[in-house]
Design a protein around this ligand. Structure first.
Ligand code: OAK
Length: 809
């Protein structure tokens, strides 16, 4: 968009004055940020309106991405950038002697998700808009986001994340589009005078769903899509029925707080309420659109695609059936045809403990009409499947099993497409986790490897690298990511490699300053920065990283002249509050950090930095400064991973097991340009099947490993209670569920290779460049294009010469 610096300066001053009734010179950082944010939102608003009108006028097919989590990150910089206004804004502010970077820090980072799944949803929103596709997000406006993590004595402590304490300039409360969501009560069916069976309800809890809309700005293509987050309120006409604050609690609590569980299912009633609340409000508002524009209901699948992001929104299936049957008076068969063609589902984990199963009694009581419909879907499924496939498959795949509603089964049965998020993960779904369904419906299964938006994770997070790439290959790669491969041509160019090393060093200096500021630890920017940033989970094996660091420490102590490349081990990870073992790992890493960072024998050879409160904004600071990307999950367990993609795109070399998308990273960049170690997924499956694994044997037969494990319990690490013993026990006495000890030797060997390569800075830079140049296939733009072509059947609504265009991959 076209705005001159002069115009911006004038409008910014006016905006500030109209909001605060004094001059911007007297404003606090928060006030200045608010004024700037609202001004940028004003610039956005006309495109937002025009985009909506264009979709309606052309009656284009729209995608609705239903997700319980979104992690958009701060939006000021990215919105200004995508609008093409960032430079103007920066220049204008500096004329006013204000710093954009400083203002931008005042924005709250909405932590409305746990990790990978929520961040993926937000990368997808960015790509949908940037590709000019009609994509809407549908989720919950949690009043409190994921807890704020603090360390006290090295232990994780959780504090509430009140991200809405100050105003949120990006959202618009949309009172015109509220919906009513019903819970509980009694329901029965009666025939009306047209002969339709219609439900009657009594004693229901009625909750008003109020939408808050946030613009999702496309990259330089005038497209602005909508992210709609729902908030629960008491219906105005029922206010008089509530006499005390306590009586209003059951309603207000529905959207109060995000469940802090990543890949873990907790069958709590409030969570089921949240899921249905979001689903019902979202589906109602879609159908209202059809009523308003009088679209024949049979055309719904041609005009709408509803995507189910993991099973959390799987109630979309019975809710859409309910509305089509009870309110639109379609027959079961008509409604089913529409529902099934409209819905698609992505699975994001194979962890058994993450697969949602709701007790039937709970579902029946909270959602009586929805339960009736689920029961009918199940009965019809069983009726059709039994004669064709027999007892075993039918009962293995049924929705209702042993007193529970199996949500993955509901999602698969109610969707025309089921996908995993990396090739290996999809294979595991087809051959193991959902193998019976693969026999029933092979045509539904497909893979969609995850992706990331380069705009946030490279262009904005790493402006120096972006400038270097622009300088060498021009700017086309920003609109056509595949052009990035042209950068490969510079792998032998000394000037480019030196500049690349300089860029990394600058980023590391910046991070070193930040580490000093927030952690008080001095680190050498020339040391190798080794990064593991992701949720804390045993399968992700932060404790394998820990054992290696401890091993290094013991070696350095034994021989202080040992030839180790100086390293800074950087962690960022939150543990679910109830996940005791994960919290014990955090404590041990923090205590080891205290030991190592203060040992004069160690000096700069080894430093450990565990950042508090890892999230999108912190990731943006860490990733551009990383040399090594730790992707060390037990093969087969990590569905895809996405930090692996972000780190690679910023020139980190990957140290990886052959798990999730690491395999595809290896295939694109070439095995010689990353460090692979550990068991393959096939070997993991075999070891599990033949039950031959004896962790204690490894402990007893490998003296180095024994030394390390013994150090967990010998008092070497200060200030531990029983955490060292807990780790030791899980690894040695309880047979090491995630094969940490089995992979230890090959991990250490790979780490030594990392050191050797780092000594040759030129060769390191060359491999780093090849990683950057091979990262384009992991652009979420391509991922979204594949969802659009294969699953949603939607197309771009912008002219071919506008915005992002994906010529090839
Ligand atoms: C969270 C809650 C329940 C189920 C899955 C998750 C989740 O975040 N899974 C993660 O999704 C990412 C996006 O697809 C993947 O990259 C991660 O591998 C996966 O763990």
């Amino acid at each position: 968009m076209e705005v001159t610096v002069k115009q911006f300066v004038k409008e910014f001053k006016q905006q500030f004055q109209s909001m605060y009734a004094y001059s911007y010179e007297e404003g606090s950082n928060e006030q200045l940020y608010n004024a700037l944010g609202l001004l940028v939102k004003n610039y956005i608003s006309s495109y937002w309106k025009e985009t909506r009108e264009k979709y309606i006028k052309n009656s284009v097919k729209q995608v609705y991405y239903f997700s319980m989590e979104f992690l958009p990150g701060r939006q000021l910089r990215s919105n200004a950038y995508n609008l093409g206004l960032l430079d103007v804004v920066k220049e204008g502010l500096s004329e006013l002697e204000l710093s954009f970077d400083q203002l931008a820090e005042a924005e709250a980072d909405p932590a409305l998700g746990n990790g990978g799944l929520g961040r993926l949803a937000s990368c997808f929103m960015d790509s949908l808009a940037s590709l000019g596709m009609a994509g809407n997000g549908n989720g919950i406006r949690y009043q409190y986001g994921l807890f704020r993590q603090k360390f006290v004595d090295g232990y994780q402590v959780e504090l509430p994340e009140n991200w809405l304490r100050y105003r949120n300039v990006w959202e618009t409360r949309n009172d015109k589009s509220t919906c009513m969501v019903r819970f509980g009560g009694n329901v029965w069916l009666e025939e009306n005078h047209q002969g339709h069976l219609v439900p009657h309800y009594e004693n229901t809890l009625n909750v008003l769903a109020v939408p808050y809309d946030t613009p999702m700005v496309g990259y330089r293509n005038d497209t602005v899509n909508n992210l709609r987050l729902w908030s629960a309120e008491i219906p105005v006409e029922e206010e008089a029925n509530y006499h005390t604050i306590e009586e209003t609690e059951p309603i207000k609590e529905i959207t109060q707080v995000l469940y802090p569980d990543d890949s873990n299912y907790e069958g709590r009633l409030l969570r089921l309420k949240q899921e249905y609340f979001m689903v019902s409000a979202g589906v109602q508002s879609i159908i209202r659109h059809f009523r308003k524009y009088n679209v024949p209901r049979k055309n719904i699948p041609d005009k709408v695609a509803i995507h189910i992001n993991d099973t959390h929104p799987a109630l979309v299936v019975p809710e859409l059936m309910r509305i089509l049957i009870d309110e639109e008076h379609l027959s079961w068969e008509q409604a089913w045809e529409i529902t099934f063609k409209t819905c698609s589902y992505t699975n994001h984990t194979i962890l058994r403990e993450a697969l949602e199963k709701w007790p039937i009694d709970m579902m029946k009581e909270l959602l009586p009409r929805i339960y009736m419909i689920i029961e009918e879907i199940n009965n019809r499924f069983v009726e059709n499947t039994l004669p064709l496939y027999g007892e075993r498959i039918t009962w293995q795949t049924a929705i209702l099993q042993n007193g529970v509603v199996n949500m993955a089964h509901l999602a698969v049965i109610g969707s025309h497409s089921v996908n995993g998020v990396a090739k290996l993960h999809t294979d595991i779904l087809m051959n193991d986790v959902l193998k019976d369904f693969f026999e029933l419906y092979p045509e539904r299964f497909n893979n969609k490897t995850n992706g990331i938006t380069q705009r946030r994770w490279v262009h904005l997070a790493n402006p120096e690298l972006t400038k270097l790439i622009d300088e060498k290959i021009g700017e086309n790669w920003k609109l056509t990511p595949s052009e990035l491969k042209v950068f490969k041509g510079f792998e032998k160019d000394k000037d480019t490699l030196n500049k690349l090393t300089d860029v990394k060093l600058k980023n590391k200096k910046r991070l070193a300053d930040y580490i000093k500021e927030v952690k008080g630890i001095t680190v050498d920017p020339n040391a190798l920065f080794d990064v593991q940033i992701k949720r804390l989970h045993a399968y992700k094996r932060q404790h394998l990283n820990l054992l290696h660091i401890l091993h290094r420490y013991l070696e350095i102590k034994a021989d202080p002249s040992a030839d180790y490349v100086p390293r800074v081990f950087i962690f960022g990870a939150k543990a679910a509050p109830s996940y005791h073992y994960a919290k014990q790992i955090i404590k041990v890493i923090n205590s080891l950090a205290d030991l190592v960072n203060n040992d004069p024998d160690v000096g700069d050879k080894l430093k450990i930095v565990f950042f508090e409160n890892y999230g999108v904004s912190l990731a943006e600071k860490i990733i551009p400064a990383a040399d090594i990307s730790e992707q060390i999950s037990l093969a087969s367990m990590e569905a895809s991973g996405t930090s692996n993609m972000k780190l690679m795109a910023n020139g980190a070399l990957t140290l990886a097991t052959l798990d999730g998308a690491n395999i595809e990273i290896k295939d694109f960049v070439g095995e010689e340009n990353l460090f692979v170690f550990g068991l393959s997924s096939k070997e993991v499956y075999e070891l599990k099947a033949n039950q031959s694994y004896q962790a204690r044997e490894l402990y007893e037969s490998n003296p180095k490993l024994k030394n390390v494990l013994d150090a967990l319990t010998s008092g070497t690490i200060p200030n531990l209670q029983d955490e060292g013993y807990a780790l030791f026990d899980s690894l040695v006495n309880f047979n090491d569920e995630y094969f940490v000890l089995k992979d230890f030797a090959s991990y250490v060997e790979a780490q030594n290779k990392v050191d050797d390569l780092y000594k040759d800075q030129n060769e390191w830079a060359r491999k780093s460049l090849l990683n950057i140049a091979s990262s384009a296939p992991f652009s979420a733009d391509y991922t979204i294009q594949r969802y659009a072509d294969d699953i949603w059947k939607v197309r771009s609504c912008v002219e071919e010469d506008e915005g992002v265009h994906l010529v090839d991959e």
